[in-house]
Design a protein around this ligand. Structure first.
Ligand code: NDP
Length: 284
């Protein structure tokens, strides 16, 4: 039976440590990390994410602002707001909650955020740093997964890591972070042939596809470490992962649950990266 990777516990530990560092920063240097989140429209899932981010940011002692804009806000207005935040020295991290309404060009918005405030790590300059092996701002979910692997002493060097899903926010940056730690990485997707066979070669299997209970034990080698990024709702509205937890936990050595695995780490890394952005701004 696999050991559970407790993302909630690690997130709480890291956030408590961060809160202490933030207190020192405020008391000694008079600096309060500032994180501003921009939310456009009424997407219910986005509203929940943003509320959680706001709550966590306040809890660790950040100055947390959320700019809520109506669905019909124009691209120009949004760009102007971002430019204002880029210039504001009390704002160290800017996050625009995606997805955006279809009349707004997402790429253009991501490009408008100053790279040193891009705490989501989506700006092409930060993607470039990551791919050249000098990560600065890294997408928060894969960064959180690396922290979980570290916490549980998972040996990465020379291991076979298979990632299912190649999105820009999870799969691709995950591949680069594992490569950086000398794993042999296979990045798979919806066109991959014999996916279960490829996945079953993995010592470390990361699943980020967005299809509830897709990965069965046939995908998993005995003793593999399994990280489930998926967040899906079943027919009863219950939150479930991409991995069939009950059967996969019988063959894996370590496994993340959903909820309580990767999810809490994503917000934690967002806070951590905002704090790091403050340190860089002070040392610049
Ligand atoms: P995307 O929809 O952007 O990407 C999904 C990827 O999975 C694509 O590369 C797609 O392949 C691949 N895929 C889809 N179906 C299959 C299949 N049947 N076999 C193999 N590959 C498949 O999703 P995200 O990366 O944004 O998110 C993935 C999941 O992770 C979602 O459930 C999301 O909610 C969750 N998530 C959770 C986070 C957290 O903090 N816990 C953070 C971010 C996401 P192709 O490219 O060929 O289309």
């Amino acid at each position: 039976m696999a050991i559970l990777i407790d993302g909630k516990a690690l997130a709480q530990k890291m956030q408590a440590e961060l809160a202490e560092k933030v207190t020192v920063m405020r008391d000694k240097y008079g600096i309060v990390p500032g994180l501003t989140v921009i939310l456009v429209g009424n997407n219910p899932a986005s509203q929940v994410y943003v509320r959680n981010k706001e709550r966590s940011a306040v809890k660790v002692g950040f100055k947390s602002d959320t700019i809520r804009l109506p669905e019909y806000v124009s691209e120009e207005e949004l760009l102007e707001i971002i430019e204002g935040l880029n210039q504001d020295p009390t704002v160290h991290g800017i996050l625009v909650q995606l997805p955006l309404p279809s009349h707004i060009n997402e790429k253009k918005i991501v490009m408008a955020i100053a790279p040193h405030k891009d705490v989501d790590g989506f700006h092409p300059m930060n993607t470039g740093h990551l791919w050249s092996g000098r990560p600065v701002m890294v997408p928060c979910t894969p960064a959180g997964i690396m922290a979980l692997l570290r916490e549980y002493d998972v040996d990465i060097e020379g291991k076979n890591a298979v990632i299912i899903g190649r999105s820009n926010i999870v799969g691709k940056p995950m591949a680069q972070l594992l490569l950086d730690k000398n794993a042999t990485v296979t990045l798979t997707h919806s066109r991959t042939h014999h996916l279960a066979k490829v996945a079953s070669q993995a010592d470390i299997l990361i699943v980020a596809i967005g299809q509830g209970h897709f990965v069965t034990k046939d995908f998993v080698k005995e003793g593999a470490v399994v990280i489930d990024v998926g967040m899906n709702r079943d027919d009863n509205g219950k939150l479930i992962g991409d991995v069939k937890f009950d059967e996969v936990s019988e063959v894996a050595s370590l496994i993340t649950p959903v909820p309580g695995g990767v999810g809490p780490m994503t917000i934690t890394m967002l806070l951590e990266q905002t704090y790091q952005a403050v340190l860089r701004s002070v040392h610049a």
